[in-house]
Design a protein around this ligand. Structure first.
Ligand code: MN
Length: 203
């Protein structure tokens, strides 16, 4: 069994004008496909790992053989991170958070505006490629950034939502203006899905 590229849950142009269709085509069909293929190729060298979920593999990188650990970290991370990323965006979405995550964000960060500022700041300040995250850990909700395709799963955290700050996520439309992309991205955030993820990891 090999991991498969998940289909986008909406049309490539559905997130316009905030995320353009050409970026979505390249990001999903080329970048995510490449992470998927390279993750599978790495696991071919350690077939014993194929019975685990991709998330469980990332939770326990120490048990991945040395020879493929880097490839699994990068490409398994890319596989899992993007699979979540497509689902936590949607057309006709955005706006302030709803449900349990709205209360948790207010309780943890003061209010939604302060949360957005801190999240965007994590994205802007991530040097080079990486991700800005909201994750649940032992101390509650936290904002963090990771380089490359590193997953918070490998730090014992539960990812709730994230924004991709690799240049491939925004450069065609926003060029060097990462901060502008981070700000516009809130218009496509899918709070329904984020609430589902929050409910699942709180158990
Ligand atoms: Mn990406």
């Amino acid at each position: 069994m090999a991991f498969e590229l998940p289909a986008l849950p909406y049309a490539y142009e559905a997130l316009e004008p905030y995320v353009d269709a050409q970026t979505m085509h390249l990001h999903h069909d080329k970048h995510h496909q490449a992470y998927t293929d390279n993750f599978n190729a790495a696991l071919d060298k350690a077939p014993e790992l194929k019975s685990k979920s991709a998330e469980d593999i990332l939770r326990d990188l120490a048990s991945v053989p040395d020879a493929i650990r880097g490839a699994v970290r990068n490409n398994g991370g890319g596989y899992v991170n993007h699979a979540m990323f497509w689902t936590i965006m949607a057309p006709n979405a955005g706006g302030p958070p709803t449900g349990a995550i709205a209360d948790a964000i207010s309780n943890t960060f003061g209010n939604f505006t302060q949360f957005q500022e801190k999240f965007n700041d994590a994205g802007v300040k991530q040097f080079g490629s990486g991700w800005a995250w909201l994750a649940l850990g032992p101390g509650g909700l936290q904002i963090l950034s990771t380089p490359n395709q590193d997953s918070p799963l490998s730090q014992g955290l539960h990812p709730i939502m994230a924004n991709d700050v690799w240049e491939h996520a925004y450069y065609l439309k926003y060029q060097n203006r990462r901060a502008e992309y981070l700000k516009a991205w809130w218009n496509v955030v899918n709070w329904n899905e984020i609430n589902k993820r929050y409910a699942a990891v709180k158990k």
